[in-house]
Design a protein. Structure first.
Length: 197
């Protein structure tokens, strides 16, 4: 009986793979939920769900949001940063300290540096070729019709960011309050801040 339970026990890699797939499926389902709610004109419902689970609570205008998953994710990332950086540094230091032959140490250092430069070079070449191909294909300058609305869904952390996105043509920034603030500021600039709207 003990051997059967060992045989059926999942390894750590299998558990991580299952968790990754479950997280991916949950994310896709939530994207579909968001699009269906906003498409049906129920943005208030989605805003409530977003504020409860996903909202970046450090963003401007999100003082009343809970952002449960955001907090959990930030705690996880900060914990990784707290553990992994000292662990990698300690591992490398101990490994170098155990090498008594300076020639071996120099050879390992030279190989590491050479492979780092080779990988960086090929990554740069791949990025340049991909960007050039997409640019020449016209994907960066694709024309959209006048009825297509643009929504800036991320990267807004201040009023200046929100105003910049509106100047670039975004008609939705995730919250109507930011759009209204940007329009009021734009109106003030057009009328010379005289108070006449």
């Amino acid at each position: 009986m003990g051997n059967q339970s060992k045989r059926h026990a999942l390894s750590l890699a299998e558990k991580m793979g299952i968790s990754l797939i479950c997280g991916l499926v949950a994310g896709v389902l939530l994207l579909f939920l968001r699009e269906s709610l906003t498409g049906a004109g129920k943005e208030a419902v989605w805003n409530t769900v977003n504020n409860l689970f996903f909202q970046d609570i450090t963003a401007q205008g999100a003082e009343k949001a809970l952002g449960i998953f955001y907090l959990i994710g930030q705690l996880f990332i900060r914990s990784l940063q707290l553990i992994i950086v000292p662990m990698v540094f300690t591992s490398i230091t101990l490994a170098i300290g155990q090498i008594s032959d300076t020639r071996t140490l120099g050879r390992i250092s030279a190989k590491t540096l050479i492979w780092f430069l080779i990988c960086s070079f090929f990554a740069l070449v791949l990025a340049c070729c991909t960007g050039s191909a997409l640019y020449n294909a016209g994907l960066f300058a694709a024309h959209v019709g006048p009825n297509v609305k643009i929504k800036a869904a991320g990267g807004i952390s201040s009023f200046a960011d929100a105003y910049h996105f509106v100047e670039l043509g975004a008609s939705r920034l995730g919250t109507s309050r930011i759009v209204n603030m940007a329009k009021v500021e734009d109106t003030k600039e057009c009328h010379g801040d005289t108070g006449s709207y």
